[in-house]
Every structure is written in structure tokens, then in C-alpha cells.
Design a protein around this ligand. Structure first.
Ligand SMILES: [Zn+2]
Length: 274
């Protein structure tokens, strides 16, 4: 399942594939990804337009066209942008195909389970991109805005919820998911059950540094490859503790434990995460 590093990976690829190029044709079969929108309205909004930039906010990708129209893409559970030769047939999972002017490969969005979303946001009268409501209330983006321990300390003050559950709240930091939160807490040697409001400044700084560490590490592991999500057949688990309950802790060799918090699983080391 794509989290922040996987979506940033997609942004970098889309930027390399699309920026400066013109969309010659677009084909989107009817699917529940289009909310709101129809295949016809989506195609009409894209065709003939040059891509100005590919941006990201949390787990939302934004393909910005020269007239300010923006295609927003959320990868959901299984969404993936790929590059394919024009002659390659469209698989059933393909939810959007973009053909570019000139001799460039096509760019396609695959989403077999269709938990993703795809929508066009029109520019305002001045040609400026409009910020749609799904981006409202998102916290700072850990990659583009950085992670400020003083901000975290202010936001966590008085929090009764566990630090693990606080980290999954997109209003705190945009894009942090279960995997990245689990890895960061392990790196920071923090018990995921600790109340958010009980963290000391030293622990908050360790957490910020743990988050940077896991985001950079995950991004580096995905460089230049077609992305494979954990849970897909060919996937290797590159993570230190996520999905490794019952295995020895890579730091202290104590057996890793799995617990459920707020309906989500957390793997942690009961010996060195205190
Ligand atoms: Zn340990």
C-alpha cells in the first residue's frame, strides 16, 4: 500500500515522464476512481494540454497543466503509475492512459482494487490552480516541508491518544501511514503505546529524526525501479520491523511483538522501545 515515500517516488517518475510534454490523447474507462467526473469530462480536460509540473501534497499527486487545470490522483491501496510502450495493450486494471505528443512512451495508471481516486480540478478565472477540499486540513508534508520538532511538541501537547495513533492522523503530518509510523517509532526507541502528550522534547526530536530516517531509507530503496508494494507477490520486505512480528529485533534480538491500536497493527520491540 502506497505511503508517502511511494507517492513521492511516483511524483518523481511522473515529473520525468510528463513535465514539458503535451497530452495528445487520454483514455479513462468508467470506474469508481472518477469521483467526481466522467470519462468524457476527464479526457476533455486533459487533451491538448502541456504538463507544467507534477506536485504532491501528502498522498495526493497533482499533475498541473499549462492552463492551471490540475489532475489529482490518489493511489489508494493498489494504485500505480507506470510507463508503457504505446503498442502494449491495456490491462483490465488500467484506469487512465495518457498518450503524449512526440515519440514518448504512454503513461498509465493501474489500480486493480480501485480504492484510488482521480479527479480534475479546474483553474480559477485567473488561471491559478484551486486548492480542493480534500487537501484542506492536511498537516505539513514531511518531505517538502520538513519535520519540525517544535511543531510536533505543540501539536502533541496534552494528547491522550497513543503516539502511534497520533502519527496516523493526517492533520499532524500529511502522508504518514502505518509502515512509516511503525518504522520511525522503532528507530526512535519509543513505545508506540505511550500517550502523545507524554513525550519529552528529547523523545520528540528522536521521533522526528526516526521519521526522516525511514522516509529517506524507503525512498532510496525504490530509486529507479517500477514500484512493488508490500503484499504484492514479488515484494521483498525492506523494513526493519514492519511485518516482522515473531522475528528478532534487529537492534537487541528480543522477539518483536504485534499489537492492534485503533484498528491498525503495530509491530514493536518490547525490550528496546520504552
Ligand atoms: Zn529491540
Amino acid at each position: 500500500m502506497p505511503e508517502l515515500p511511494e507517492v513521492e517516488h511516483a511524483r518523481r517518475q511522473l515529473d520525468a515522464w510528463l513535465t514539458g510534454k503535451t497530452i495528445a490523447a487520454a483514455h479513462a474507462p468508467a470506474s469508481r476512481l472518477l469521483r467526481p467526473g466522467t470519462p468524457a469530462s476527464l479526457e476533455k480536460a486533459l487533451v491538448g494540454k502541456k504538463v507544467r509540473a507534477v506536485e504532491r501534497r501528502g498522498k495526493w499527486l497533482r499533475i498541473v497543466l499549462h492552463d492551471g487545470t490540475t489532475l489529482h490522483s490518489h493511489l489508494g491501496m493498489t494504485g500505480k503509475w507506470v510507463q508503457r510502450a504505446a503498442k502494449e495493450p491495456s490491462p483490465k486494471a488500467e484506469k487512465l492512459r495518457l498518450d503524449l505528443a512526440g515519440r514518448h512512451p504512454t503513461v498509465r495508471l493501474l489500480d486493480p482494487r480501485m480504492f484510488g481516486r482521480l479527479l480534475v480540478v479546474a483553474a480559477d478565472a485567473a488561471g491559478t490552480s484551486v486548492e480542493p477540499s480534500h487537501l484542506e486540513g492536511l498537516g505539513p508534508d514531511p518531505i517538502t516541508d520538513g519535520i519540525d520538532p517544535a511543531y510536533l511538541a505543540r501539536e502533541l501537547a496534552g494528547a491522550k491518544q497513543s503516539i502511534k495513533e497520533r502519527l496516523l492522523d493526517q492533520r499532524l503530518l500529511a502522508g504518514i501511514g502505518n509502515i512509516q509510523a511503525t518504522e520511525a517509532l522503532w528507530r526512535a526507541k519509543l513505545d508506540p503505546r505511550k500517550r502523545g502528550g507524554d513525550l519529552t522534547m528529547k523523545e520528540i526530536r528522536a521521533l522526528a529524526s526516526g521519521l526522516r530516517w525511514t522516509l529517506e531509507r524507503t525512498l532510496a530503496a525504490q530509486a529507479d525501479e517500477e514500484i512493488v508494494y508490500l503484499g504484492e507477490r514479488e515484494a521483498k520486505n525492506i523494513f526493519k520491523v514492519y511485518g516482522r512480528a515473531g522475528e528478532p529485533c534487529p537492534r537487541c534480538r528480543h522477539t518483536l511483538t504485534r499489537i492492534i491500536q485503533g484498528g491498525r497493527s503495530t509491530t514493536f520491540c518490547p525490550s528496546c522501545q520504552v
